[in-house]
Write a new protein. Structure first.
Length: 529
């Protein structure tokens, strides 16, 4: 406990050779003054690893000077090399370095050094995001570039590599900024990193960042930042299939955006509320939210945002059977997102065109659009997008009677959804996999996948999917003449669908009536015999 508090007194055994401070001082005293100062400041870094650019920002020097000082500290065994150009510091050395920083702190020099460091991370993150997601640059906070300090990122792979490599540091910086008096840096990083965190399904990191950003926004009285943090938490809820929690976050965010008069922010949240309703299969409600979002984007003069929502509206229209209108909206949306070079939403739009073709029974065309979307998502490292398209290709193969091929696609999708923590996608894939296994003559394996899906739906509180899985289990058990189990699951499905007011309740009720009639007929036949 004393070590965790940064105290080294507990390691003082009363003589120099056994006193950790004395041992460290033998190396520290040999350092040039600038390297000694760098060692002290590096101890203040909230993350576990830093590179030359972060060291330059901390010390207020050039990268050439920082590289020389890092080399001296490494040679003195005060830093450890943990990768090409990256260094870490042992926890005991970090505690010693912080003591030295406090002793050398003159005129708030430590606070100034950390401010430079946090400015660097915000500037570098903004530069990387502008390269990866240029179409959304206007939605992110405006960040003043730091000349010379930000690493070169010639292309998207470089930008993504920087974000991946610094992700742990960025989380640590947000947490530190909230607790130590830099709330604007915390909320700025949260708003800047949104698309990267969601597209990559970095959900644990996203939850830490947005929950801390919410604290920072409330502490500093920043309603716009509070709305942004709530929107981020809502996005995490959707990916976990926790739609009730997501909707609560979105409604709270919408209230704040309305108080701020931010129509663009309102549009984003209305869009997300539509997605929440869509996932709950409340398609008319989803369409209403999407139309509100399109109107808000129009007020904000954001044609790209409006086009993105138009593709989602088309998906709701597809569910409602308005195929021609959906096709018209999708073609318009595709034209706009392609002109804007918005790859993520181009993939989303192609996905929805594929869904429309699948609904129309145009399987070859559907597969072609899903393949196009898959290529985009792989190119942009959008892992949940990749999983979605593998799931869609599995659906196509299932419809084509290619059951083994469907199982292959669906198992790939399942692995990715589990890897990314996308629990709703996992439930949908388990249901599809169960159907493929059942059609391939493996009913026991199908029931096992459905039982896993049922448990996951219960854990995430997804009542609609619980009802669907109960219905699927009823069908599976009925097909192998396990009528008592079939009846049980159909009754469970009927209860849940009725609670939700879902139209599927009538279908299950009819199924139960048919089953009961079959059982009566069978008993009568046996009695006659």
């Amino acid at each position: 406990a004393e070590l965790e508090a940064g105290r080294l007194d507990c390691l003082d055994a009363g003589e120099d050779r056994a006193d950790v401070r004395a041992v460290f001082s033998w190396s520290f005293r040999q350092l040039p003054d600038d390297a000694a100062g760098a060692f002290a400041l590096i101890g203040l870094h909230p993350g576990a690893v830093l590179d030359v650019h972060a060291a330059a920002a901390l010390t207020g020097t050039s990268t050439a000077q920082a590289r020389r000082m890092l080399g001296q500290l490494h040679q003195a065994s005060l830093l450890q090399a943990v990768g090409p150009g990256r260094y870490g510091m042992h926890d005991l050395l970090r505690a010693y370095a912080r003591e030295k920083a406090a002793a050398r702190d003159v005129g708030g020099s430590c606070q100034q050094a950390l401010t430079r460091l946090f400015d660097y991370y915000l500037s570098a993150a903004a530069a990387a995001m502008d390269i990866l997601y240029p179409a959304e640059a206007f939605q992110r906070p405006r960040v003043t570039p730091m000349a010379g300090a930000v690493p070169e990122m010639p292309g998207q792979s470089d930008a993504r590599a920087w974000l991946d490599g610094e992700r742990a540091n960025l989380v640590a910086v947000v947490v530190h900024c909230v607790g130590q008096g830099w709330p604007q840096h915390a909320t700025g990083l949260a708003a800047t990193l949104f698309r990267y965190l969601m597209a990559g399904s970095h959900l644990p990191e996203a939850h830490t960042i947005y929950s801390h950003a919410l604290r920072a926004a409330r502490w500093s009285g920043n309603p716009a930042a509070e709305a942004g943090a709530l929107n981020g938490l809502g996005g995490i809820g959707i990916m976990k299939g926790q739609f009730g929690d997501a909707a609560n976050h979105y409604r709270a965010a919408l209230d704040w955006y309305r108080q701020c008069g931010d129509r663009a922010g309102q549009a984003r949240v209305l869009h997300n509320l539509g997605v929440t309703e869509h996932q709950l299969h409340n398609h008319q409600s989803a369409a209403d939210y999407y139309r509100e979002a399109i109107a808000a984007y129009g007020d904000a003069r954001d044609s790209l945002g409006g086009a993105r929502v138009l593709a989602y509206l088309a998906a709701a229209e597809t569910e409602l059977g308005s195929y021609d209108q959906a096709e018209e909206h999708l073609q318009l949306a595709l034209q706009v997102v392609r002109e804007a070079k918005d790859q993520i939403f181009e993939g989303d739009t192609l996905d929805r065109i594929g869904e429309l073709n699948l609904r129309r029974g145009q399987l070859t065309q559907a597969a072609d659009f899903f393949e196009q979307a898959l290529a985009i998502y792989r190119r942009t490292d959008h892992r949940t997008g990749v999983a979605d398209q593998l799931l869609n290709l599995g659906k196509v193969s299932l419809r084509q009677g290619e059951y083994q091929q469907a199982i292959g696609y669906l198992r790939q999708a399942l692995a990715l959804f589990r890897e990314t923590g996308h629990q709703h996608g996992e439930i949908l894939t388990l249901r599809g996999l169960a159907e493929a296994l059942h059609r391939a003559g493996q009913p026991a394996a199908a029931c096992a996948e459905l039982e896993t899906a049922l448990q996951l739906a219960a854990e995430t509180g997804n009542t609609y999917e619980q009802a669907c899985v109960h219905r699927d289990l009823g069908e599976s058990h009925h097909c192998v003449s396990q009528e008592e189990l079939a009846h049980y699951h159909w009754r469970q499905a009927l209860t849940l669908y009725t609670q939700l007011g879902a139209p599927e309740a009538d279908q299950v009720r009819a199924r139960l009536s048919t089953q009961q009639a079959e059982q009566v007929s069978e008993r009568a036949s046996q009695a006659t015999g």
